[in-house]
Design a protein. Structure first.
Lengths: 379, 347
């Protein structure tokens, strides 16, 4: 019973079928001049069009990458002035920002950032503002449109003062595609990162969308693929898979979001009924339907994770990266959670393979193991 | 029944140790000792995984689990000692130092302080009547690494695996469904990780090129990048290819020279008289006479006559021993009892 879809999603069988021919009979280099290769090139271009359509963009505004981390790095290395990020950004964003002057904007206890705070953090030298659409640990969704408005105001004011330094808004929307509308024009962003691996597509496949006015600096140079912005032979199978994956999640978005929301709420209800003292985090309303973040104060979440693992229930104790480093989640710190609450935090993220039965079964096991752990600590 | 704090490393041995003690009715607390590790770019630090495995097994057993942080002390007592010994041209054994200074000193003290009656580790050794004895599984016996532990510490220590064969340990761990039952045994010096001692040392000591000299001809065969990186008897890594293999037979730290030979029978490679300093006896010193000694971990036991010269111990062996290296330990046995040992002094 898998409850860690925010960390990885299983490849959809239809995605796998779509990809398979491009590993074998359609292996051609899309840059090669003969007919079968040209066909592969067409398929690749068509796949990019499918992806572009899913986010309301033009195909030539997409730079295909080897995942969200690379996309984020490309975005930050293309805007090398001061950056503004929130305190709950993914490590990839925080690390990219920390290479240069940057300001970290706090979030409230629900994990939302205030557009006014973003606005206030923008200086005359700021070139990039980066706010993830939805937080991977809490599921909290950011008011990206309002943030875009704040960035736009700052840009206008700077221009009025004769400051022509570019100012871009980047958003990593990897966590949200299956549940939220991520059309770039609606979000009002200049740069958008997506990751196929979070939507039942292959790992190491991602993209950076850049609005036509954005000037990107390539980080990987070579054969000039992706309009010279990301060299290297195209990952044809990966991008074909990405296209199929995004097509499927967008088609089933509404239904799946409702389904997940119901399952998540049922799980949440069962757990909070069993443990009234448990702390639920993340925005109650503006939250991904897949996410449930629950803390058992005074307990050791890692012990619970191992106990659940031995019973075939897989959960996270925060973001996977933070857990592996043996440090507390910076996200939970940022929402002001006390250490003893943070240490007892589980993140449950739902997806395709979860259904009523698995949620009920998992809830029973979680309740049993949390009780056992609570009794061990306080017999 | 007692409260036993078990040093759990995340390996199969210490996992089973905890399981066995719990089955015997002890109140068991698992402890992961966080020692010092060097973070090098591009190198995955294995300790986080080991810590997670140790904790996982503790959860499986339903026992308490703690992390004792000995990072600072470990760096001073074990790592700095090791680097210093290499600087002096010797080849130290950090595992022995770790047992002496960390596991059977700091850990023991911290555990007793925290409420333990005893400590336990997954070492293959036995303690009987305050004596350290070889493990039942002679191929796995680890008393070589334990000869510098004090009698007082041993009296507070349990080694449940001393009675078992390594192959049985895997089976017993699997029977109990322990997560680590099939985990590979760790290799080499823990804090050096996968990079190897040479690269590790080069982070701390300046690499200064010097000549590699053939003792048979007196000719310089090539250049090495620092005498400290070479150890007696070493064959590989000399980069003076072609023909018969060369072996290191000596080095002059002051001149930064490494001496090599192709003569497998070179007298410097073989010793019959060895002097030990820094001698440690678990109990009172033994009478001079004939005992068995082990020149390296898993080395065969060889007969040696022991006599005392001031603070040193002199060993005379009947069959010459190969590559007895300054800084290494030689451990002395009376039958199955590990009496203690000392550190090989330079010739």
């Amino acid at each position: 019973m898998y409850f860690d879809y925010a960390a990885a999603t299983p490849l959809d069988r239809r995605v796998l079928s779509a990809m398979q021919p491009y590993f074998t009979e359609l292996f051609y280099n899309p840059s090669a001049p003969y007919a079968p290769a040209i066909e592969v090139r067409r398929d690749y271009t068509a796949a990019k069009s499918t992806i572009a359509q899913a986010i309301g963009a033009k195909p030539d505004e997409l730079i295909m990458t080897a995942g969200a981390t690379e996309s984020i790095n490309l975005a930050f290395e293309s805007a090398t002035g001061h950056s503004v990020v929130t305190a709950i950004e993914h490590h990839a964003v925080l690390a990219a920002a920390s290479r240069r002057a940057h300001t970290i904007v706090p979030v409230n206890e629900k994990g939302q950032v205030s557009p006014d705070d973003i606005r206030a953090a923008i200086t005359d030298d700021t070139t990039i503002v980066s706010v993830a659409l939805a937080n991977n640990e809490l599921g909290t969704i950011q008011p990206i449109r309002d943030i875009a408005e704040a960035v736009k105001q700052a840009r206008t004011e700077r221009l009025a003062r004769g400051n022509h330094t570019p100012l871009y808004l980047h958003s990593d929307a990897s966590q949200g595609v299956g549940q939220l509308d991520v059309s770039v024009s609606r979000l009002g962003v200049d740069l958008l990162t997506l990751n196929a691996a979070k939507m039942y597509g292959p790992k190491q496949v991602g993209l950076l969308w850049a609005s036509s006015h954005v000037r990107l600096s390539p980080q990987i140079v070579g054969g000039g693929q992706e309009r010279g912005l990301r060299s290297g032979t195209e990952n044809v199978a990966g991008v074909i898979g990405f296209a199929k994956a995004i097509e499927l999640v967008v088609t089933h978005r509404k239904h799946e979001t409702q389904r997940l929301s119901k399952l998540r709420d049922a799980l949440e209800a069962r757990l909070s009924e069993a443990f009234p003292e448990a702390v639920l985090s993340g925005h109650r309303k503006h939250r991904l339907a897949s996410h449930l973040h629950i803390s058992f104060p005074g307990l050791d979440a890692e012990r619970i994770l191992f106990a659940l693992e031995s019973r075939g229930v897989y959960v996270a104790t925060g973001s996977a990266c933070a857990a592996n480093k043996g440090t507390r989640s910076h996200v939970l710190g940022a929402i002001g959670m006390a250490d003893e609450v943070a240490d007892g935090s589980l993140r449950l993220t739902l997806g395709h393979l979860n259904d009523d039965a698995s949620v009920v079964a998992a809830a029973d096991i979680i309740i049993e193991e949390v009780r056992r752990e609570a009794e061990r600590v306080q017999p | 029944m007692s409260v036993v704090y078990v040093g759990m490393s995340g390996g199969v041995d210490s996992s089973l140790t905890a399981a066995l003690l719990k089955e015997q009715g002890h109140t068991v607390v698992g402890v992961y000792m966080k020692n010092w590790t060097k973070d090098l770019p591009g190198m995955k630090c294995p300790w986080a995984e080991d810590l997670a495995d140790a904790k996982r097994v503790a959860v499986q057993l339903g026992i308490d689990f703690k992390v004792f942080d000995f990072e600072t002390e470990y760096k001073q007592k074990v790592v700095d000692y090791m680097i210093q010994e290499y600087r002096l041209g010797r080849t130290p054994n950090p595992d022995i130092m770790c047992n002496q200074e960390v596991k059977f000193k700091l850990f023991l003290e911290a555990a007793l302080e925290d409420g333990a009656d005893m400590i336990a580790t997954g070492h293959y050794a036995r303690v009987e009547d305050g004596q350290l004895k070889m493990a039942e599984d002679s191929t796995k016996d680890q008393t070589y690494f334990l000869y510098r532990v004090t009698k007082a510490a041993l009296e507070k220590t349990l080694f449940p695996l001393g009675e078992h064969k390594k192959s049985d340990v895997r089976t017993m761990a699997a029977e109990r469904g322990l997560y680590t039952a099939t985990k590979k045994d760790s290799q080499g010096i823990c804090f050096v990780g996968q990079i190897g001692i040479r690269e590790f040392l080069s982070e701390y000591v300046e690499q200064t090129a010097g000549p590699i000299i053939d003792t048979q001809t007196g000719l310089t065969l090539g250049q090495h990048d620092g005498a400290i990186f070479y150890t007696l008897g070493q064959r590989h890594g000399l980069d003076i290819g072609g023909g018969l293999p060369y072996y290191v037979v000596g080095k002059d730290m002051d001149k930064n020279e490494v001496c090599v030979t192709t003569n497998l029978n070179d007298s410097q490679l073989w010793q019959t008289t060895i002097r030990l300093g820094g001698v440690h006896w678990i109990d009172s010193p033994p009478e001079p006479g004939e005992y068995h000694v082990r020149v390296r971990h898993r080395g065969t036991l060889v007969k040696a006559t022991i006599s005392f010269e001031d603070n040193n111990v002199r060993l005379d062996v009947t069959q010459p021993e190969r590559a007895v290296t300054a800084g290494q330990s030689i451990v002395i046995y009376d039958g199955p009892v590990c009496l203690g040992g000392g550190i090989v002094q330079p010739l």
